[in-house]
Design a binder for this molecule. Structure first.
Ligand code: ADP
Ligand code: MG
Length: 321
């Protein structure tokens, strides 16, 4: 099986097409239509075998994660998913692998109404690059730079689960069967917080998704907004599975510095707190207030009650080794 057969059999599928796709897979470019009053949000993420996922990760999880991390970026801007393209580098043609990969990819894409409109297929080390595009109303995008001193800091969901899942996968940590399943699922099948993202358009002053670890991603907001933050470590939301797997101290360390959770981290003016909590509840999304911004530029302060808190682990950064 060669390049064009792969595209035809696994990616150019007869599925219900979005009305705004005028030309999908099959020509030199895709052609799409952006509705009036909306802007395009565009994002790219690459996943490389052995770097972004362990080499023996199942194809279903790789496909899910490759699309979900891009959807998470759209969510962090308050954008609604529309289209994506897929650049796939494969070491060989493994039909079972491709079947599982493409099925999982289409399951996620149909769930979030995002359509595959093109891509590239090449032979090389296993790597997946997805470029996703979504709509956001004029001037409503959630940027990193809008936060102000005094704003409250929130996160959706729970933190540290995917990091603990990775350590279980690498044999550095053990858990009950139930706990391990939960944490590994959080690693392999992240849920992009799209409904939270659109709900936050009305109220959040800044937003980012947590891919590299809370403190590193919060630092991006602090740098872009020229603010500081005081974070109350004991308020970090932890899952039952994480608390059952490691002691509380370790759980806080995972929550502060491990990546891959794909929760949203955002700030909101104190006066908007009521509206924020109502709109999130309407979107069926749980969020926790973990601290407040200060006027001390770019300074991140961690406290436990009123004591300074020492954070140990480092967040993920390429080229840091
Ligand atoms: P070109 O030579 O113009 O770059 P290709 O031969 O690479 O085009 O691809 C043919 C068509 O198939 C194009 O429409 C391209 O977008 C699409 N395509 C290629 N690989 C993929 C893929 N992995 N997923 C979806 N569409 C793909
Ligand atoms: Mg090409």
């Amino acid at each position: 099986m060669k390049e064009f057969d792969i595209i035809e059999r696994f990616f150019k599928q007869e599925r219900e097409s979005r009305k705004d796709v005028l030309q999908g897979i099959g020509d030199d470019c895709a052609i799409t239509r952006v509705p009036e009053g909306l802007n395009l949000a565009i994002t790219t993420d690459t996943l490389i075998s052995g770097v972004h996922f362990p080499v023996d990760t199942p194809p279903e999880a790789i496909a899910h994660k490759a699309l979900a991390v891009n959807l998470s970026d759209l969510a962090a801007m308050g954008a609604e998913p529309a289209w994506f393209s897929l650049s796939l580098s494969l070491p060989e043609v493994d039909e079972n692998w491709l079947e599982a990969f493409s099925q999982s990819l289409f399951e996620v894409s149909e769930y979030y109404s995002i359509q595959l409109i093109g891509g590239d297929t090449v032979q090389g080390p296993l790597a997946i690059t997805i470029t996703a595009q979504g709509f956001v109303p004029n001037e409503k995008a959630l940027v990193r730079s809008g936060a102000k001193p005094g704003d409250l800091v929130y996160v959706t969901g729970t933190l540290g689960d995917a990091g603990a899942g990775l350590d279980i996968k690498l044999g550095k940590l053990t858990s009950s069967e139930h706990g391990a399943n939960f944490l590994l699922n959080r690693l392999n099948y992240p849920a992009p917080r799209l409904l939270a993202g659109t709900a936050l358009r009305r109220t959040a002053s800044a937003c980012i998704d947590i891919s590299d670890g809370l403190i590193q991603d919060l630092q991006h907001i602090l740098n872009a907004s020229e603010c500081g933050a005081k974070i109350q470590v004991k308020n970090l939301p932890l899952s039952v599975a994480l608390k059952e797997t490691v002691d509380l101290e370790q759980a806080y360390q995972y929550a502060l510095s491990s990546g891959d959770d794909y929760e949203l981290l955002f700030t909101v003016n104190e006066e908007q707190k009521g509206i924020l909590e109502t709109s999130l509840a309407n979107a069926n999304m749980k969020a926790t207030c973990i601290g407040q911004l200060t006027g001390v530029k770019r300074k991140l302060e961690l406290v436990f009650d009123d004591e300074p808190y020492q954070q140990q682990g480092a967040c993920f950064e390429h080229f840091s080794a």
